[in-house]
Write a protein that binds this ligand. Structure first.
Ligand code: SF4
Length: 441
């Protein structure tokens, strides 16, 4: 999970645990009337036929289907004896994750680059894909966007200049094992290193999935004690790995212990679960979570094809429990690096009651060159969103500064200079405006 503090490596063992913003600070004004400058507007079709073939558009309403058609067909083909109850049981999904070459070979027509990578993977970020998420992948097309996010290729073994195992220097900012303190008023608590599905571009691929961070009570107690004795900490971000792979009881214990600390104002959970394992968002889970308000969630959606009826229902349950939801997306070459795809994703998110929060420039982790876009691509996407859609649908584009400098927001340049007391501004449809801004007034 991409989070806003850093990581650490604990000594420890290796079993699968738990068994298995600030808003962008941008205004949300409507753009000027179309009559103002329509002649300069590049038309941006909301969903083109190409995108439509990969994405469904659901009303956020009762008329939504219960499950997506791809999942149903996948189940019939590969898990014909599995009941609805089993399929919708998150622990069944975790137990039946696809992790090895044989099932992958049966379920996907693997390319040479995929097959070779799976055979080479060993000590690196493992493969793990829930049956539900596997059902969303194209069987034939190795360039399918979702497939590229979870199935490795040999490109992962190519290191390009500037890449590092820990480019954000997270390991050096950990006062106690499993806790990272980078920013003054908040900490990142890494609960475990397990995820139900592993993203090939994961910032913490150096630790995630290796069984190095285990959610033992003794380790978590040390982290809790650090927070208790550090009164400047008002915000605790619980991440990993994916903390929602812990069972309700363990998660409830942790949230309760943190809630006992008077200076902790808010708790946040970073999770990709609604996208890869929406079955985890059960009525019991949300009943437990709502006892720990104010509790926020940073979700992680990457592509509109993740916005299935199941994901809609999961987000709806969380939102109905009063949990403010934001989504963080990593900008990925050939996956979501165009205005059309990002706009469709952000529109889905708003309908799911999730605020598009950040677009991250992909961190220079080792072997991620095939995912990284030029920064200009991210700026182009922001330029194509700002003014052309609701302000709430425009995330903040950020680079997490290598070396641990924190998030730095990037914006297209809308300020062109001054003319005396006039500020020269360029609007979303490329027209210049003058704003009276008297220096020293
Ligand atoms: S879900 Fe897991 S693998 Fe994916 S980005 Fe988050 S921590 Fe990394």
């Amino acid at each position: 999970m991409k989070t806003d503090a850093a990581s650490f490596r604990s000594p420890a063992n290796s079993t699968v645990p738990g068994s298995a913003g600030e808003l962008a600070g941008e205004n949300d004004e409507e753009p000027p009337s179309p009559a103002v400058c329509l002649e300069n507007v590049v038309p941006l079709p909301e969903i083109t036929p190409r995108l439509k073939s990969k994405v469904s558009v659901f009303p956020a309403s009762r008329s939504r289907p219960v499950s997506n058609l791809k999942a149903n067909a996948f189940r019939r083909a590969f898990f014909p004896a599995v009941t609805d109850k089993e399929w919708n049981d998150w622990q069944w999904q975790i137990r039946h994750r696809i992790r090895h070459i044989d099932p992958l070979e049966r379920m996907l027509k693997l390319s040479e680059a995929e097959r070779a990578a799976i055979e080479m993977i060993q000590s690196r970020l493992p493969v793990g894909i829930t049956p539900y998420f596997m059902s969303l992948l194209s069987k034939e097309d190795s360039n399918d966007p979702l497939r590229r996010t979870v199935v490795p290729t040999t490109a992962e073994f190519v290191t390009t200049p500037g890449e590092a195992e820990d480019p954000l220097s997270e390991d050096s900012m950990s006062p106690v094992p499993g806790l990272v303190h980078r920013y003054p008023d908040r900490v990142l608590l890494l609960v475990l290193d397990f995820c139900s599905t592993y993203c090939r571009y994961c910032t913490r691929s150096r630790v995630v999935g290796h069984g190095a961070i285990y959610p033992s009570r003794s380790r978590l107690e040390r982290a809790i004690e650090y927070i208790r004795s550090t009164p400047t900490v008002r915000d605790v971000l619980i991440s990993g790995g994916d903390p929602l792979t812990l069972n309700d009881e363990r998660l409830n214990w942790l949230l309760s212990r943190l809630r006992e600390i008077p200076h902790v104002e808010i708790l946040r959970i970073g999770t990709k679960i609604p996208a890869v394992l929406p079955q985890r968002i059960t009525p019991n889970l949300v009943r437990m979570l709502r006892r720990h308000h104010p509790l926020w969630m940073s979700l992680h959606f990457t592509h509109p094809a993740e916005c299935t009826p199941e994901a809609y229902r999961a987000c709806e349950r969380l939102a109905n429990a009063g949990i403010p939801l934001g989504s963080q997306s990593v900008l990925l070459k050939g996956i979501n690096d165009n205005v059309e795809t990002m706009k469709a994703l952000c529109h889905h998110l708003l309908r799911m009651r999730v605020r598009p929060y950040y677009i991250y420039q992909c961190d220079p982790i080792t072997g991620s060159g095939h995912f990284r876009t030029p920064v200009e691509k991210g700026l182009e996407i922001i330029r194509g969103l700002r003014g052309f859609t609701s302000g709430y649908a425009v995330p903040t584009y950020v680079i997490d500064a290598p070396g641990g400098g924190g998030k730095i927001p990037l914006m297209p340049n809308y300020v062109e200079g001054r003319d005396g007391d006039m500020l020269l501004l360029r609007n979303y449809c490329d027209r210049q405006y003058r704003y009276p801004d008297v220096v020293g007034a």
